[in-house]
Write a protein that binds this ligand. Sequence first.
Ligand SMILES: NC(=O)c1ccc[n+]([C@@H]2O[C@H](COP(=O)([O-])OP(=O)(O)OC[C@H]3O[C@@H](n4cnc5c(N)ncnc54)[C@H](OP(=O)(O)O)[C@@H]3O)[C@@H](O)[C@H]2O)c1
Length: 199
Amino acid sequence: MKIAVLGTGKVGSALGEKLASAGHHVIYGSRTPSGATETVSHRDAVESADVVVTAIPGTDVITTLETIGADILDNKVVLDPSAAFTPQMTMAYPGDSVAQQVQARFPRARVVKTLNTMNFTIMVDPMKSLVQATVFVSGDDSDGKNLVRGLLKDLGWPEGSILDLGGVETALATEHAAPLFFATLMALQTPKFNFTVSQ
Ligand SMILES: NC(=O)c1ccc[n+]([C@@H]2O[C@H](COP(=O)([O-])OP(=O)(O)OC[C@H]3O[C@@H](n4cnc5c(N)ncnc54)[C@H](OP(=O)(O)O)[C@@H]3O)[C@@H](O)[C@H]2O)c1
């Protein structure tokens, strides 16, 4: 599968490397394409991709996608692991989520929120650090969610650890788990943990 990873920071690099090692063709979109292999402009990265990963600050996702152009995003799966904070590190969109905003602004894109409730090291190798783990998935498009399920398995998530919460409106719940994430990080003094749902 051809995957455009927007953002070359911690999340983009970790996801890109693991997905490439699983056999996917990963192209990195950057604000400053370096000329290095597979690092191109956002638009060039997305143009021929099947999946777009928004590994950039949540408050910049809409403007970045708008610059790329709505027509280019038609039918593409947008895998959104972002979180949106104010400069004071409070939630940027109270009562709303990045994923809902993206889906509303780009109705023909297939937005799937996932991987946003954990540190980037856990995203790509959950079972190395954890005995049990849960990764949440939110989105309106069932084909898009199935495609993302496949990518999550490539990242190391067992089928039973993937919890589909329902439509894109449920992304609000996971995006707003960020304060719980940071409080837990402070309490444990390590990012190597994850929230697990058990029944
Ligand atoms: N780090 C984590 O463990 C973690 C966990 C869960 C969720 N997240 C979320 O995942 C996203 C990426 O996090 P990260 O830790 O990878 O951040 P990061 O290391 O700071 O990297 C973010 C990348 O986004 C791009 N970027 C920065 N400012 C931008 C702007 N104004 N417009 C467009 N692109 C911009 C940059 O890539 P270029 O310079 O190549 O453009 C940058 O390297 C964020 O939304 C974050 O909240 C992070």
